[in-house]
Design a protein around this ligand. Structure first.
Ligand code: NAP
Length: 246
């Protein structure tokens, strides 16, 4: 398909629903071949149907991101088949639980850390060499306003998102002199299953749809992006600078 990402290859995690589903559709509409990762096969197949009927193409990867060996095999399979990767969107995530720190169950804490941080690191480790082989590698890691707001009961989720931002900033400094550009994104409150879990009393119709939010995130994958190591704020539709350490 013709578009800004024509002939390019993209990995999107958490592509079975919500923001990741719409980012995957948006990247495919710009011509990328999308490798769509998630556990829910039904959601991935729906995405595949939508993308194919619009003339695009996908490879579906049903994978639980707690399976670290599976992440390594994904990187190996991309290396064998394509030899490089142009776009990586680390979007999959869990809310875990909203609770006082002392009430968080160890099982919930560990699973949320595993999916939100460890899998992101493992994906970066697996995909970084392939992204560096692209002439315009682009990585987008989904963060949240929670990483900065320190709200009561949000500690688990907030800590994982703050960790993801730290990974991105260091990764950007490590890749500054390559063609790879890596940035975090704060999508803002978005009408998805995760937001409904966090805010069950909220009227979802008051929130932007995942499609509207994804439309602002997809251009961060374009070859003309120059920013790296920054946080893109979807509401403000601009990159924010991190303050230099004191
Ligand atoms: P969502 O609708 O709950 O979707 C989450 C996605 O992550 C699903 O596709 C899910 O797929 C995948 N996922 C979860 N656990 C997984 C696992 N173990 N292995 C593989 N995939 C897994 O969430 P969303 O609202 O679209 O959120 C997308 C991203 O935006 C997240 O990183 C979230 O933290 C961030 N964010 C969202 C909001 C918001 O208001 N919605 C605000 C700020 C930040 P399966 O269940 O099929 O595996």
């Amino acid at each position: 398909m013709a578009g800004r990402l024509s002939g390019r290859l993209a990995v999107v995690t958490g592509a079975s629903r919500g923001i990741g589903y719409q980012i995957a559709k948006g990247l495919a509409a710009e011509g990328a071949h999308v490798i769509a990762v998630a556990r829910t096969v039904g959601g991935l197949e729906e995405l595949d149907d939508e993308i194919k009927s619009a003339g695009g193409s996908t490879t579906l990867v049903p994978l639980d991101l707690t399976d670290m060996g599976g992440i390594d095999r994904l990187g190996g399979a991309i290396a064998d088949r394509w030899g490089k990767l142009d776009v990586f969107v680390a979007n999959a995530g869990l809310l875990g639980v909203l609770a006082p720190i002392g009430h968080i169950e160890a099982k919930t804490f560990e699973k949320t850390v595993t999916v939100n941080i460890t899998a992101t690191w493992r994906l970066i480790r697996s995909l970084d060499p392939l992204l560096r082989k692209s002439d315009a590698g682009r990585a987008i890691v989904m963060s949240s306003g929670a990483a900065h707001s320190a709200k009561a009961f949000w500690a688990l989720y907030a800590a994982t998102k703050a960790a993801d931002e730290a990974l991105v900033r260091s990764w950007a400094n490590e890749t500054m002199n390559s063609a790879l550009r890596v940035n975090s994104v704060n999508p803002g409150a978005t009408r998805t299953a995760m937001r409904a879990q966090a805010m069950p009393g909220e009227d979802p119709k008051t929130l932007p749809t995942a499609r509207e939010v994804a439309a602002r995130i997809v251009p961060l994958a374009f070859p003309d992006v120059t920013e790296t190591g920054k946080l893109f704020d979807v509401r403000q539709n601009r990159f924010l600078d991190y303050r230099d350490p004191a």
